[in-house]
Design a protein around this ligand. Structure first.
Ligand code: FES
Length: 323
C-alpha cells in the first residue's frame, strides 16, 4: 500500500476558465516555498468542502513535472458528477486556499519506452499533458491524441502551444469527420514496444484498450487512469470479520464493507468511494473477493489478497480482513 502523504494547504494562485466548462487551477505553497516534486501521471487528492459537501476527489496534475513553484490541475464542471467537481468549480477563487494530499502516482510513465501514444478524452487529457511535457523534455518519440466533442470545447490549447508541444498534439473532434480519431490507423503505425496511455470517459477507454489489445500490444504496455467509475456496489449479503479488531459485521445487499465497518467503529479511510483512488485498499486474510474497482491490476486481483473495501464485495458468505 502507498505511504500516506502529508496534507498541504495551498493557495489558489490563479483560476483560468478554459473552454468546455474547464477551470485550470494553479496552486502554490502558502509561503511560496517549493512544492513536493511529482512524476508525470501523478494526481492530487483535493478536499472539497462547502455547506453540506465534504469529500475528497482526485485531480491529475497537468503542469510540468520539472516545475516545483506551482501545481496545475484541470477541473471540469460536470452536472452529472456526484457533486465534487461542480462544487469545486463554484468555490475555487483566485486567492482562496485548498487542502490537498499528494502528489501520488498510480499512472506512471515508462520513460524508457521506444514510443509512447497518449490518448486523452475530454478532461482525461490532464495527466497526458504532464506526460507530454516530460517526454518532450526527454526527447522521446511520442504523440498526444486529444479527443473532444468540438474545437469550441477544447481546453488547454494555449497551454499546450506555450509548452512547445503543438507539433506533438493531434486534435480530434467528434463533430468534424476530417479530424475524428482513426484509432486503427494510429495503432497500425505504432513501433514495436510502444506504450499506450488512456484516460477519459469509460466508452473511450474501453475502445482504446480493446483496439490496442487487438493490435497485439501487451496488456502491461496499456496504461489506464480512471477519473471516476459507475460502480455497482450491490449484491448478495455477506459477513466480514475485522480480524485484529475482533469485530464481525453483516454487509447488506446495497451496503459496502467500509460503511458496515464504520458503523461498528472500525474506520477505513475512503476518498473516491468508487474504486478508482486506492485509498481504501485492505489486506484480505481469507475468503473470495468479488472485485468491483478499477484500481487493482489484473495480477493483484488474481493474487486475491487485497481489495477496495469502498465498493468490492465477497463472492462467498464471508471475508476476513486484516483490520
Ligand atoms: S476509496 Fe477510492 S478506491 Fe476505495
Amino acid at each position: 500500500m502507498e505511504t500516506p502523504k502529508a496534507r498541504l494547504a495551498l493557495t489558489i494562485d490563479e483560476r483560468i476558465d478554459e473552454p468546455g466548462n474547464i477551470a485550470r487551477v494553479r496552486l502554490r505553497a502558502l509561503d511560496g516555498a517549493p512544492l513536493p516534486p511529482f512524476t508525470a501521471g501523478a494526481h492530487l487528492d483535493v478536499h472539497i468542502r462547502d455547506a453540506d459537501v465534504d469529500l475528497w476527489r482526485q485531480y491529475s496534475l497537468c503542469s510540468d513535472p520539472a516545475e516545483t513553484a506551482f501545481y496545475e490541475i484541470g477541473v471540469l464542471r460536470d452536472p452529472n458528477s456526484r457533486g465534487g467537481s461542480e462544487t469545486l468549480h463554484r468555490i475555487v477563487r483566485t486567492g482562496g486556499t485548498l487542502e490537498v494530499e499528494g502528489p501520488k502516482n498510480h499512472f506512471p510513465l515508462n520513460e524508457a519506452a521506444p514510443q509512447s501514444l497518449l490518448f486523452g478524452g475530454g478532461i482525461g487529457v490532464t495527466p497526458m499533458i504532464a506526460m507530454a511535457r516530460r517526454l518532450h523534455a526527454l526527447g522521446q518519440d511520442f504523440a498526444l491524441h486529444y479527443c473532444t466533442r468540438s474545437r469550441e470545447v477544447t481546453a488547454f490549447r494555449d497551454a499546450l502551444a506555450a509548452a512547445g508541444l503543438a507539433d506533438a498534439v493531434v486534435y480530434h473532434h467528434d463533430d468534424d469527420a476530417a479530424t475524428r480519431l482513426d484509432l486503427d490507423a494510429v495503432l497500425a503505425e505504432a513501433r514495436d514496444g510502444v506504450n499506450v496511455y488512456v484516460c477519459g470517459p469509460q466508452g473511450f477507454m474501453d475502445w482504446v484498450i480493446g483496439r490496442a489489445g487487438a493490435f497485439g500490444i501487451d496488456d502491461a504496455c496499456i496504461h489506464r487512469e480512471f477519473f471516476s467509475a459507475d460502480v455497482d456496489v450491490s449484491g448478495e449479503a455477506f459477513e466480514v470479520v475485522a480480524e485484529r479488531s475482533g469485530v464481525t459485521v453483516s454487509v447488506g445487499a446495497e451496503d459496502t464493507i467500509a460503511k458496515a465497518l464504520a458503523r461498528a467503529g472500525v474506520e477505513v479511510e475512503v476518498k473516491c468511494e468508487e474504486g478508482v483512488c486506492g485509498t481504501c485498499v485492505t489486506d484480505v486474510l481469507d475468503g473470495e473477493i468479488d472485485h468491483r474497482d478499477h484500481f487493482l491490476t489484473a495480477d493483484e486481483r488474481e493474487d486475491g489478497d487485497q481489495m477496495c473495501v469502498c465498493c468490492s464485495r465477497a463472492r462467498g458468505k464471508r471475508l476476513v480482513l486484516d483490520l
